[in-house]
Design a protein around this ligand. Sequence first.
Ligand code: NAP
Length: 277
Amino acid sequence: MKTVALPSGERVPAYGQGTWNMGDERAARAEELATLRLGLDLGATLIDTAEMYGDGRSEELVGEAIAGRRDEAFLVTKVYPHNASRAGIPAACERSLKRLKTDRIDLYLLHWRGSVAFAETVEAFVALQKAGKIRHFGVSNLDHADMQEWCKLPGGGGVAANQLLYNLERRGIEWDLLPWLRERRVPVMAYSPIEQARLLRNSKLEGFAKKYGMKASQAALAWLLSQDGVIVIPKTGRRERLKENLAALDLALNSNQLEELDRLFPPPAGPQPLEML
Ligand code: NAP
């Protein structure tokens, strides 16, 4: 498994498993659990969830999937902005730990910016880290200006990742945010890497994938995986698709193919507001 280094030096898989909308349907549950466990078997041990997903049902599913295998997993979960206060964070963290059936979260993220001052959130994250409840903390959906503000705060420099909407159709972060993060060795966790499956119906990507004998999903993931410091977290609740997506790790796109993708999906020509889903 390709790995990406966190600023602490710890390495995590470059391919993780997303879980939004998982745990919601009783009929899908067995296959979803089997998929998450197969992911663990195949090295996709980073699992991304959030207290928001299905009102905690996704965290509960993840807790069940990792039962008896906690030490193999690198668990990422997120706190709602309205819970990200000095008092709210420790309480939300305890609820997440209970649903995940574990004593620690590997990476705890602020889901997006809300009305609570960053200073309070950072302070609470640092306290949780000292207490051993979380191993790393980070952010999600923070733009360049937000990141600069966050990192100036006492303890803010300890940010371990920024989880962002990033795929072939959403390249805006390449203008300033991605280079800024790279310079500081803060990885990007690329969410919705296949644009919630909409990218798979893009005729330009379909044409590219067909030409090189790969699936559109694999081309989209291989493009992200070709970049330094980028972790992909595609979601699938089906074992066959997980295997198909993981095969993207073996597709090293060459410089001609990367240039072709740049022509089909051009990088930003100027600053763009941060997009989120
Ligand atoms: P995504 O991973 O781009 O796409 C997921 C969708 O694609 C699902 O409907 C899945 O269906 C389908 N799919 C997956 N592999 C496929 C394949 N090989 N062929 C055909 N369809 C395939 O979208 P996402 O779930 O929005 O993003 C991934 C993860 O990022 C989320 O699950 C979540 O953990 C995280 N996320 C974070 C934020 C944030 O604000 N921080 C926002 C959005 C997402 P099946 O399950 O039926 O296969």
